[in-house]
Design a protein around this ligand. Structure first.
Ligand SMILES: Cc1cc2nc3c(=O)[nH]c(=O)nc-3n(C[C@H](O)[C@H](O)[C@H](O)COP(=O)(O)OP(=O)(O)OC[C@H]3O[C@@H](n4cnc5c(N)ncnc54)[C@H](O)[C@@H]3O)c2cc1C
Length: 352
């Protein structure tokens, strides 16, 4: 039986551990943050295919929603749920084009009138003339999902920093950590923003963008936001405890900012937008989370074989959406069950 080391305990590494352990593989996870990752612990957790950069990207994301449903079936008790998304980030002809493009790709898209929006969202202050509703979209808690997947996999977890991947005559032999060396015949790098520096000594470039993200959570409120709400200025969702969760940047998945700005300014601006969306509510700051998003330079996932035999890579933005499907497909590839065409556009070689 192959001995596999997965570097990273976020949702990407955890989903891979689960998929490989289901095939009877012995898996050990090595991670600096074994409690559910870094970006995974700060994520908005919106599961969607309405944000996409190319048709293959849409197809992978769409299959990602199905993979989440399969996971929720296999692991009862996950926080994952499917409220759908009310979307008017674009308006006018841009909204019409979004509806036409997504419908053309086979995505479920409903067109709502102002009266229908009011009916669904009575607490919403400014009501747009029209909006799209994406009923297939959902919400996960990626850190909770990661912990459940690791527990379900039975993987051993080692808290350590990986310093290097070791290899001999073109084949992986293990890793070097700050606790010492570990031997393995397979290593999977699912270390998010920590991956490029482990690949660089092996001659494999993995250019990443600098994309810090900040999430804000409010005090518990009465039920005012039954859907994922995506407006031109603000995305927001409400959890079961009544807290609003809001990224500090509008259109946060495609956010291009390299810095966050002054903390009090960013928090107050987000609270102001939330109070405008839901007038009359006592909306207060409760807590925040910050992390760098692992965004490869073309915005697309990087999934497949590494530069030496036995080394594999799984790094992605929108990993809340993508990690379960990427893990399903990559685990099948690793286990010799065949390469999925869904991953063909996302191979690491494109950066060579
Ligand atoms: C604010 C914010 C909002 C987001 N919103 C969404 C969203 O709405 N929808 C969506 O789909 N995606 C969203 N994302 C993106 C998504 O959360 C990430 O793509 C996903 O969590 C990445 O998971 P990961 O496991 O690859 O990385 P991470 O969760 O970052 O985990 C990386 C792991 O690698 C470990 N590691 C790194 N380097 C080393 C090393 N040298 N040695 C040992 N361990 C190491 C870390 O300890 C960590 O456990 C958001 C991200 C952020 C930050």
């Amino acid at each position: 039986m192959a001995q596999t080391l997965i570097i990273g305990a976020g949702v990407s590494g955890a989903a891979l551990a689960w998929q490989l352990s289901r095939r009877g593989e012995g898996v050990t996870i090595v991670s600096t943050h074994p409690e559910g990752g870094l970006a995974s612990a700060a994520s908005f957790g919106w599961l969607n295919a309405s944000f996409y950069l190319s048709v293959p990207h849409f197809r992978l994301r769409h299959e990602g929603l199905a993979a989440h449903r399969r996971l929720a079936h296999a692991l009862p008790g996950l926080a994952t749920h499917w409220p759908g998304c009310l979307w008017y980030e674009a308006t006018g002809t841009a909204l019409d084009e979004t509806a036409a493009d997504l419908s053309g790709l086979g995505y479920l898209v409903e067109r709502l009138t102002q009266a229908q929006i009011t009916q669904r969202m009575p607490a919403l202050g400014p009501i747009p003339d029209t909006a799209l509703f994406f009923p297939e979209e959902g919400v996960a808690d990626p850190a909770q999902l990661a912990r459940a997947l690791i527990m379900g996999s039975g993987a051993q977890v080692v808290r350590a920093r990986v310093l290097a991947v070791t290899h001999d005559t073109g084949k992986v032999t293990g890793i070097l950590t700050d606790l010492g060396p570990m031997v393995a015949d397979r290593v999977i790098l699912a270390a998010g923003t920590g991956t490029p520096e482990l690949l660089a000594p092996l001659g494999q470039p993995l250019p990443m963008l600098k994309r810090p993200g900040l999430m804000l959570a409010t005090n518990p409120l009465p039920p005012i936001c039954p859907v994922i709400l995506a407006t031109p200025e603000q995305e927001v969702r409400q959890d079961a405890a009544g807290r609003l969760h809001a990224p500090a940047s509008a259109g946060h998945q495609g956010d291009h900012a390299e810095t966050l700005g002054s903390f009090p300014v960013v928090i107050n601006a987000t609270l102001t937008r939330l109070r405008k969306l839901f007038p009359g509510q006592e909306i207060r700051f409760a807590r925040h989370a910050m992390a760098l998003r692992p965004v490869p330079s073309d915005g697309l996932p990087v999934v497949g074989r590494g530069p030496v035999e036995g080394l594999w890579i799984a790094v992605m933005h929108s990993g809340a959406t993508l990690a379960p499907v990427v893990a399903e497909l990559l685990a099948a590839d690793i286990a010799g069950e065949g390469e999925s065409p869904l991953l063909a556009d996302f191979r690491p070689e494109r950066f060579q």
